[in-house]
Design a protein around this ligand. Structure first.
Ligand SMILES: C[S@@+](CC[C@H](N)C(=O)[O-])C[C@H]1O[C@@H](n2cnc3c(N)ncnc32)[C@H](O)[C@@H]1O
Length: 248
């Protein structure tokens, strides 16, 4: 079981697989006023940076589930590196339908809401693992500007304009699902650059090291087109944020 290989190539050097910088991730942990010992569940935990740094900085414990073999291994290594491997656990597996045996004070899905079939389904899934009065975290893109055409939405790597909402509509949608938005931290264009531009150097070096790989042609095409695509489309049209929710 694994994710498509392209992500393992382009994001192999990422610690954070979303448009948050380390500062934004730390801000998110701080604004949640996490008590030491709070249990955090993270579905689609990537390379584990949120759980590992929050265990180090805020004394949380936690479990992450991720379908990438590489990212799960990186998460375990990061936990050891930060000396928190006794407090955080990483499970390599499909998080769809995952319900924690021990309920959490914070249950998160940052940038992987397809795990629950969309935002509403992911909230429903996370809620099954949450203690009463616990906090859900949803990391999700939104449109900074509405794309004028479906083609532009496609260039932002969205399936269609309707895949994402504008920020006021996204925030409002949580209320319609019966949740209060109790905090939020938004990424910015610098964060998008860190997420996207970091892939370019990784691809360039991967190509130099793997010239004969079957995948090299695909990576070459991406490296040639991605910088211009990013600055024209994703950087201008897409926002991203993490929304902290509590049931009404
Ligand atoms: C955009 S990344 C976000 C990772 C992490 N939350 C972060 O912010 O660094 C999406 C993650 O979801 C994982 N993923 C994709 N499908 C999954 C599934 N069905 N179950 C668990 N993880 C999945 C990928 O391996 C990847 O790590």
């Amino acid at each position: 079981m694994d994710i498509p290989r392209i992500f393992t190539v382009t994001e192999s050097a990422h610690r954070i697989h979303n448009p948050f910088t380390p500062e934004k991730l730390a801000t998110l942990g701080a604004v949640l006023r996490l008590e030491p010992g709070t249990r955090v569940l993270d579905l689609g935990s990537g390379s584990g940076e949120m759980l590992c740094t929050w265990a180090r900085d805020y004394g949380i414990t936690g479990v992450g589930v991720d379908m990438s073999r590489l990212f799960s291994a990186q998460a375990k290594r990061r936990a050891e590196e930060l000396g928190v491997d006794d407090r955080v656990e990483f499970i390599h597996g499909d998080a769809a339908g995952y319900v924690a045996a021990e309920k959490a004070g914070v249950a998160a899905c940052l940038g992987a809401t397809w795990i629950g079939g969309g935002v509403a389904g992911t909230i429903e899934l996370l809620a099954k693992s949450l203690l009463p009065e616990g906090i859900l975290l949803i990391g999700e893109p939104y449109w900074r500007q509405l794309p004028p055409t479906e083609e532009v939405a496609g260039e932002c790597l969205a399936g269609s304009i309707s895949d994402f909402l504008m920020l006021p509509e996204l925030v409002g949608s949580f209320g319609e699902l019966g949740y209060d938005v109790v905090e939020m931290v938004l990424a910015d264009q610098e964060g998008w650059d860190r997420y996207e531009a970091a892939k370019w150097l990784t691809m360039r070096r991967w190509l130099a090291e793997n010239p004969g790989d079957d995948f090299a042609k695909e990576v070459r095409v991406l490296l040639t087109s991605e910088p211009r695509r990013h600055v024209t489309y994703t950087r201008e049209y897409l926002g991203w944020g993490v929304f902290a929710l509590m049931a009404r």
